[in-house]
Design a protein around this ligand. Structure first.
Ligand SMILES: Cc1cc2nc3c(=O)[nH]c(=O)nc-3n(C[C@H](O)[C@H](O)[C@H](O)COP(=O)(O)O)c2cc1C
Ligand SMILES: [Fe+2]
Ligand SMILES: [Fe+2]
Length: 407
């Protein structure tokens, strides 16, 4: 666990976490950080006190000691969001100290009680304040459904710091650099990619609420954004707000000028058509990504489709339905409410077909409203005529993407 001074009396503790299935689903090739913050006035508060993945807070206690904070001297636990990646240490903290106050929203209070059996709680409402003394004053701002119903921002007035919890977060482990203005150009690219992964994996279902939360942040006078995961922003706090705003558009059909080929093929018949599609995309100068299902991780699949303005679904019929790993991926995108993507499907069948019917059912059931150009299905191996139709479909898809590109 690393300690970083953010301002006088404000410290961050950050921990890189590897080999974790985040939320029990997301395989993160580049890991994630868990950040918590300590603010010292006359009283001491800890915001989103993380401790690693195993629920043992000794590393946090040791790090607190290194900046002269006795864990037993903590007065307030500010729980911006009850999810255990931010609050999991409470049950341990209860064992070392009994006179502290948890500060959270009413929705979080109910969960603090049901998850940890704890009721030393001060419930805060929109705009409530907490004065720690020595000039450190918090105000609290509710941002429900980012991504749990209980979530709030904590804002410290003297340093103009927004402790935004999951909002404005990103995946990816941090090296020596933790502030946006310290990052190398390579780290900028890395964290943009990891922020997209984070938004698409964790947040995208709640896009309308995230837009409200972005607006709420814009109304505060902020010099530093200090999230619960990933880098801090102090050079240009607008940038991450604008980025999140752009990601909210990706959730609803916009995307980078890229096509993602979401594909699966048992014996290479659909694969032959994919090879042809690639030559067309190369000829047209369109960047494309290939995701072979089920080999690709769920995290990578959701993030890559999410950020693309166009999607090609290349998959055959299997037992009268769509090739299952591709059907499952589409269902996951539907659950995440990734909507309005420009799309095109082609695929092989042996005798009856059926993939197309199931594709339509998945799109309908999840209210995805994807905008498809006519599909191309072929018996067995694709013939000249099929390849020509696929070329035509790709050109139409590129045409449909035109109004949706937001870089
Ligand atoms: C397990 C299995 C189930 C299949 N089910 C169907 C089916 O229900 N209807 C159909 O038309 N073809 C069915 N097929 C045939 C495939 O769609 C056909 O072989 C196609 O060319 C496979 O394309 P691929 O090589 O890209 O996987 C099935 C094939 C397999 C191996
Ligand atoms: Fe969360
Ligand atoms: Fe979190």
């Amino acid at each position: 666990m690393r300690k970083v001074k953010i301002a006088d009396g404000v410290h961050m503790f950050t921990l890189n976490v590897d080999n974790v299935l985040f939320e029990g689903i997301w395989e993160l090739a580049s890991g994630v950080t868990l950040n918590s913050y300590v603010v010292q006035g006359e009283k001491t508060a800890i915001i989103d006190g993380v401790i690693g993945w195993d629920g043992v807070p000794e590393t946090l206690y040791k790090s607190l000691g290194e900046i002269g904070v006795d864990p037993k001297g903590i007065d307030y636990l500010i729980v911006n969001h009850m999810e255990p990646d931010h609050s999991g240490w409470i049950s341990n903290f209860m064992k070392i100290k009994d006179d502290f106050t948890i500060v959270c929203t009413d929705k979080a209070a109910k969960m603090v009680s049901s998850f940890y059996g704890e009721d030393r709680i001060r419930v805060v409402k929109e705009g409530d304040t907490l004065d720690l003394g020595r000039g450190k004053v918090f105000s609290f701002h509710l941002v429900p459904n980012v991504h749990w119903p209980d979530t709030m921002y904590t804002y410290e007035k003297s340093t103009k710091t927004l402790f935004s919890c999951d909002m404005f977060g990103s995946f990816g482990k941090m090296g020596d650099h933790v502030f946006d203005d310290e990052m190398t150009p390579e780290e900028d690219v890395f964290f943009e990619c990891e922020a997209i992964r984070y938004y698409s994996n964790v947040m995208t279902t709640f896009t309308p609420m995230l837009r409200k939360a972005i607006q709420k942040a814009r109304e505060l006078d902020i010099t530093t954004i200090a999230p619960g995961h990933g880098p801090l922003y102090r050079n240009n706090v607008e940038k991450i707000m604008d980025d999140y705003s752009r990601y909210s558009q990706y959730a609803e059909g916009a995307g980078k000028n890229e096509i993602t080929i979401l594909w699966g093929s048992m014996y290479g018949m659909t694969g032959k058509a994919i090879a042809h599609a690639e030559t067309i995309l190369e000829r047209e100068g369109i960047k494309y990504n290939k995701l072979e299902m089920p080999l690709e991780s769920e995290s990578e699949m959701v993030a890559t489709v999410f950020k693309s303005a166009g999607v090609i679904i290349a998959a055959p019929t299997y037992e009268y339905k769509l090739f299952p790993p591709v059907a499952t991926a589409l269902d996951e995108l539907g659950r995440k409410k990734v909507s309005n993507k420009a799309a095109f499907r082609f695929g092989s069948f042996g005798w009856s077909g059926g993939a197309e019917k199931e594709l339509a059912e998945i799109i309908e059931r999840n209210k995805m409203k994807w905008d498809f150009v006519p599909s191309v299905e072929f018996e067995g191996s694709p013939k000249e005529e099929d390849l020509r139709k696929i070329e035509e479909g790709i050109l139409q898809l590129i045409g449909k993407m035109k109004g949706k590109i937001v870089e």
